[in-house]
Ligand binder design. Structure first.
Ligand SMILES: Cc1cc2nc3c(=O)[nH]c(=O)nc-3n(C[C@H](O)[C@H](O)[C@H](O)COP(=O)(O)O)c2cc1C
Length: 263
């Protein structure tokens, strides 16, 4: 890496991508780099410092990602050759989403020094048991550490994609665009069990899309801005938020860690 200062912009729904970003930052710091993990949702893409190395990490959603991440990437300035690396976390398969976004960044004038996806616990529908998730994170940490070391040595794989993944990516891009997202939100439909809700307002505080309003002390899910990131339903301390589609939920961080990340 040309530059010893690294800014990692991260979008995380339930915590996995933050854990990956922190692992990369810690590995870089151990080698004398200054690495900061920044919250993508509170960062302005047009104000990023191109004299630093840029990292971009996000959740894979429907073999693509959330609209907020796409907006951030689309609104980045021309890279003028700045080094950038891309990483994603996924539950099963991303069909090379990291590499495909790497190609977008390359076309925007960035020098893509690495693009990789990491298997982490699934936070959507197919949520596994805690023990399996712990093992998955341990395995991922080893790969993430290796990726960070490869970035340092200049051996990380640059964006590599293929025709099949490009076609899948284009289809996934089509179905994850805003108005189609509304269809998914209608299917997932978050509701509230008022008997369980303690009116703590945590969901309202931590929603990265500011989609939740509080009316008469209870949260209301409008659906219009929801990214389907799973944060509200997963972090609700009393499991008061429900969806007929989501029987199990997953959290990668503690409630306090998530509050801190979101503040
Ligand atoms: C709406 C939604 C769609 C998802 N789609 C995919 C997918 O296409 N492929 C995959 O491997 N994982 C998928 N996942 C699982 C997440 O990518 C995975 O659990 C990720 O590590 C969560 O990261 P986060 O906690 O940082 O948000 C999806 C999750 C959500 C919420």
């Amino acid at each position: 890496m040309k530059n010893k200062i690294v800014d990692i912009y991260c979008f995380t729904g339930t915590g996995n991508t933050y854990l990956a970003a922190k692992k990369i930052a810690d590995t870089l710091k151990a080698d004398g780099y200054a690495a900061n993990v920044k919250n993508m949702t509170s960062s302005e893409p047009n104000k990023i410092d191109l004299s630093h190395t840029i990292g971009i990490g996000f959740t894979v959603a429907f073999w693509n990602t959330f609209p907020a991440v796409k907006d951030f990437i689309n609104n980045l300035p021309n890279g003028k050759g700045a080094d950038v690396f891309v990483f994603t976390t996924m539950g099963d398969s991303s069909l090379k989403a990291a590499a495909n976004f790497g190609c977008i960044l390359k076309n925007k004038g960035y020098n893509v020094i690495g693009a990789q996806g990491f298997l982490m616990p699934n936070n959507f529908i197919a949520v596994q048991k805690k023990e399996k998730n712990i093992l998955k994170i341990e395995k991922a940490y080893k790969k993430i550490e290796l990726f960070a070391k490869q970035l340092i040595d200049g051996n990380a794989k640059p964006c590599k994609t293929n025709l099949f993944s490009k076609i899948c990516f284009a289809i996934a891009d089509f179905i994850t665009n805003r108005w189609r997202g509304k269809i998914f939100q209608k299917i997932v439909r978050f509701g509230l069990n008022k008997d369980k809700c303690t009116q703590c307002r945590l969901c309202y505080e931590i929603c990265p899309a500011k989609n939740i309003q509080v009316e008469y002390n209870y949260p209301v899910f409008s659906g219009m801005k929801c990214q389907l990131c799973m944060r509200c339903i997963s972090y609700c301390p009393t499991h008061a938020i429900k969806s007929f589609l989501l029987r199990k939920t997953y959290t990668g961080l503690s409630i306090e860690e998530m509050k801190k990340w979101n503040s």
